[in-house]
Design a protein around this ligand. Structure first.
Ligand code: SF4
Ligand code: SF4
Length: 162
């Protein structure tokens, strides 16, 4: 019997010094894989203009009908994005989204990006419909406005519409 207890204690002691496989969430977070698909973001070019041109391809490609895009003409004096149009309504219903990434694949300007963020819980259905205010990044990215954009972009800075 004593031998059994000693053996058990030995096992306990051995395990005490092993690296733990659990983490103290939410203080510590596990790294996601590089291809993890989490919360969406709409990126800006390095000059602040929105990369989204309101083409609606993401909406069409979404198998869950989670995306709503409504486009409007850019004011040439105060454009939101390079080119003719921008998305004046952009919504994603996170309750419908299955994080398949098809919208990201469909986006011709690489505006739409699924980030590593996965803490999306909220208390109401309404709070889980993300609009422009939560999707369009405040900060510019490293992307530069393409040279072949029509009408030709003259280098003006963006008007922030948030
Ligand atoms: S990740 Fe998939 S389900 Fe979610 S919005 Fe994009 S296309 Fe739709
Ligand atoms: S996010 Fe991309 S695919 Fe969707 S409307 Fe904007 S430019 Fe088009």
């Amino acid at each position: 019997m004593i031998r059994g207890i000693a053996k058990g204690m030995g096992t306990t002691l051995r395990m005490l010094f092993r690296q733990k496989s659990t983490i103290e969430y939410p203080d510590k977070k596990k790294a996601r894989s590089a291809r993890f698909r989490g919360r969406h973001e709409l990126r800006r070019y390095d000059n602040g203009l929105e990369m989204c041109i309101g083409c609606e391809l993401c909406q069409v490609s979404c198998p869950a009908a989670a995306i709503t895009v409504m486009a409007a003409e850019n004011d040439p004096q105060n454009p939101h994005s390079p080119g003719e149009r921008y998305a004046y309504v952009y919504e994603i219903d996170m309750l419908r989204c299955i994080f398949c990434g098809l919208c990201e694949e469909a986006c011709p300007t690489e505006a739409l990006h699924l980030t590593q963020e996965y803490e999306l819980a909220d208390y109401t259905r309404e709070a889980l419909i993300y609009g422009r205010d939560r999707l369009v990044n405040k900060e510019p990215s490293h992307f530069r406005v393409p040279e072949n954009v029509y009408p030709k972009y003259d280098g003006r800075k963006a008007v922030d519409v948030l």
